[in-house]
Design a protein around this ligand. Sequence first.
Ligand code: ADP
Ligand code: MG
Length: 801
Amino acid sequence: MNLEKAGGRLCGGKRASLPAARPFPVIQKVMASMAHLQEEKLRLQEELLGLQEKLAARENDELSRSLQLQGQVETLKAKLLEQAQEISRLRTELGSTDAEKHRDLLAAENERLRQEMKACEGELRELRRRQQQAPCRDCAHLQENAGLQERLSQLQREAEETRAKLAELDLEVQQKTNRLAEVELRLKDSLAERAEEEERLSRRLRDSQETIASLKSQPQQVKYIIKTVEVESAKAKQALCESQSRNQYLQEQVGMQRQVLKEMEQQLQNSQKTAAQLRAQIMMYEAELERAHGQMLEEMQAMEEEKNRAIEEAFSRAQVEMKAVHENLAGVRTNLLTLQPALRTLTHDYNSLKRQVRDFPLLLQETLRSARAEIGQAIEEVHSTNRELLRKYRRELQLRKKCHNELVRLKGNIRVFGRVRPITKEDGEGPEAANAVTFDTDDDAVLHLLHKGKQVSFELDKVFPPQASQEEVFQEVQALVTSCIDGYNVCIFAYGQTGAGKTYTMEGTAANPGINQRALQLLFSEVRGKAADWDYAISVSAAEIYNEALRDLLGKEPQEKLEIKLCPDGSGQLYVPGLTEFRVQSVEDINKVFEFGHVNRATECTNLNEHSSRSHALLIVTVRGLDRSTGLRTTGKLNLVDLAGSERVGRSGAEGSRLREAQHINKSLSALGDVIYALRSRQGHVPFRNSKLTYLLQDSLSGDSKTLMMVQVSPAEKNTSETLCSLKFAERVRSVELGPVSRKAELGSWPSQEQLEGDSPGTTATPGRGHASASPGQLSGRAASIRRKLQTSGKLRPVPV
Ligand code: ADP
Ligand code: MG
């Protein structure tokens, strides 16, 4: 059914979707229908398998049934045997005529059974013949049938044997019957003899009695006779008695025999009944066997029919599908006919295309020639535009630099910030720890210090109150930091007494980092932002100046004193042979460098806190850039300096090494002040060589370099004296460039630490140690030469400073 439906659908589908002029779909459909036929074939095979399974199941049923029947036959045989035994027993026990009759009946029964068996065999043969003639000779169930038939023949053989045994038994019965007849004859004879004897005896008795009576009438003779008779009569009587007792015995025997006979008859009747029942059972089984045979035949017939029907159906479906395929083929043929004109057009097109292809190389050459010319022209145009743009860009760069320099000049390249740390636990309690610093709410560049009952005001470029965060501080500093990417040198100093917050501002804490780390992070992000046009390399060095000795904090031998030398290439650059420089690429690298520096510093001194407060710590970051488009190289240096404590130790009667330390610190801080002063006042001679610190930072302090002085102060009452000194220093640094008049007034002097202390608050510095003044022309010439050196040194130098 399904197949038919599917076939119908397939044919219909094919016809409906048959395209008018496209051969490939038709072929696809034909292939689809073939696939469908294949599926159908598979399905039929499955059905056939199902039928075979069914047949096998039925055969199994039949087998079990025949086994059942075989069992029944076995039981019947057993019963038959029993009967035969019973008969033989009866025959031995009884030899009566009833038993013979019964035997005859049994024999007749046997005969009938034999007939029936023959009939069964005939039927079986018939069945076998039909099975052999059956069309499905190859079916597996035929083998089963053959097995069954074999078993049946075996059973028949057994039945034959049983029959033979029965015949033997019959023969035996016959013999026994004969013997019984003889016994009966003998019995009859003995009975007749006995009757005769009785007759004779009774006759003799009668004769004797008559003789006695006649003799009684003849007294003497008679008496004698009587006596004789009486004697004879006693003998006769004895004989009579004997014969009577014998008679009695025989009668008893007869009675017993009769009794036995009766019992035998009873038993025979029972046997007959059993035989009748067995017959009925045999009949029933036979009927069942017959029915089973009939059923099997019917089923086989039905299966045969079913198989034929399925084959016919498949055949008819295949025919229908073949028809459809033929129709499709016809459609394909018509399509082919209709396609021929299209093919002709295609051939025509192909020929024209061939012509075009033949002409194509020429055409291509022509086009390429003209395209090349056009492209060359365009490239030339682009080149000239690029050249023009590059020229403009370089001009713009120079202009920008000029503007920047001008801006720096106008703003002043030394900026001074003040930062007031909060009151800490270390400040203690009571009036000593009282706050002595206040701020101007309207002006973030002004702070007021209450010193010895007097309020002193200071104006710097910017003042950070205690609550200012590290981030806020860095925001004010970051412009300076980024300018070193453009090739400027930058110095950021933290100045102030010990405990005023220099290290906090420069290094900060792990959770709240200071300028050092933030600056490097900013440099990384800026460099990343410019990565499209520029290649940058950032490297760091860390050094310490203690008692005017320079040490490498990242080196393998930090205790080794390093020297600052002029580059042997004659460029006038300074460099420190042996100063380690690490290339850093990430924040992790920086952290490693810092950690390494700290470890080196800590292992070289017994008390790090004390040591660090008496030495200058420098972090030197070098940023080297290459503009890929112009080939321009820049080198900017960022010097982050945590200065030694500015407190006046010498005054408090220090001696020995402590005094030496104090003198060195004092000297170097004064030298720094002198250099800044000389630079700001544009003096011809800048005393860089007066201290290791200024000498090392010479390049980064001169020219258009930028400097930030972060003056750290403590707000505690007990520190007001030092705070005052620091703020005076800050104000003086800042005031250096305050207008030509004040600059003039400042020219040639910078106060020492001691002088700072002696100054009255808020006043300008008094001239101290003199410096040779130089003409502005000389100054600018020197600055320009240093700058030139910086700008034109395209190659990376061996660790320049
Ligand atoms: P210096 O380096 O000048 O000797 P430190 O930086 O060691 O001083 O600061 C001394 C103490 O004051 C440190 O415990 C530091 O954490 C704390 N401190 C300094 N400045 C600040 C600030 N702005 N905020 C909070 N604590 C600060
Ligand atoms: Mg410190």
